[in-house]
Design a protein around this ligand. Structure first.
Ligand SMILES: [Zn+2]
Ligand SMILES: [Zn+2]
Length: 208
């Protein structure tokens, strides 16, 4: 609940929107139907898709079709329906606490940085880096995206094992998000962390 509320403050859509787009990406990765397919190049997958052809315009029923489980949860549905209200309240809170400087740094600058970090997973981590697993897409493991996204840049690993809580699988593939999840598991805040059933390590192709 808390993490979903905090995640919504990233202003990247509510939980159901985010999950629906993500599931569509996994189902059609880098093929026709992928909302941000990297086969169209860096800028399209980074930001162009969102500016010109966001998925909700392609398919207004996308959330009902692809994220019905999320919409059945009353809290997640509330967050999804009122994401802009929630974001607006956070803006008022920042301004109330620290004035324009807080609004600039904790609002605008934070959003721009997190937007680009997230978008780099869609763009750079489908174009630059190495591939450890023969997935049916262009996903790559890209160390500098992993650095910026606390481990999400090990994106070829993620496409190979999409339910795994752990993205960094090979030597040197640091995964800060997974380390945090392990701490939370010890504290009882997280449970049922999933892992790959196998972890082959075979570099298939160096993309750059
Ligand atoms: Zn991907
Ligand atoms: Zn994914």
């Amino acid at each position: 609940m808390t993490l979903a509320a905090l995640g919504t403050l990233a202003c990247q859509g509510g939980p159901a929107t985010w999950v629906a787009v993500h599931r569509l990406h996994h189902a059609k990765s880098d093929r026709t139907g992928d909302p941000h397919g990297a086969q169209h190049g860096f800028w399209w997958s980074h930001i162009g898709w969102m500016l010109t052809r966001p998925p909700h315009k392609m398919d207004p029923k996308m959330k009902e079709r692809l994220a019905p489980d999320i919409l059945r949860d009353p809290w997640l549905r509330l967050l999804d329906s009122y994401q802009l209200v929630w974001a607006g309240l956070s803006v008022l809170l920042l301004y109330g606490l620290g004035g324009w400087s807080w609004l600039l740094w904790a609002g605008c600058v934070r959003l721009v940085l997190t937007y680009h970090a997230t978008w780099l997973v869609n763009s750079a981590a489908h174009l630059y880096g190495y591939r450890s697993h023969p997935t049916n897409d262009r996903s790559t493991n890209c160390w500098w995206v992993a650095l910026l996204t606390f481990g999400e840049g090990w994106h070829n690993n993620h496409h190979a094992f999409p339910t795994s809580a752990r993205h960094g699988l090979g030597p040197g593939e640091f995964d800060v998000s997974y380390w945090i999840l392990r701490v939370w598991q010890r504290l009882g805040w997280a449970s049922d962390l999933k892992h790959p059933r196998r972890a082959p390590r075979e570099t298939l192709a160096a993309v750059c």
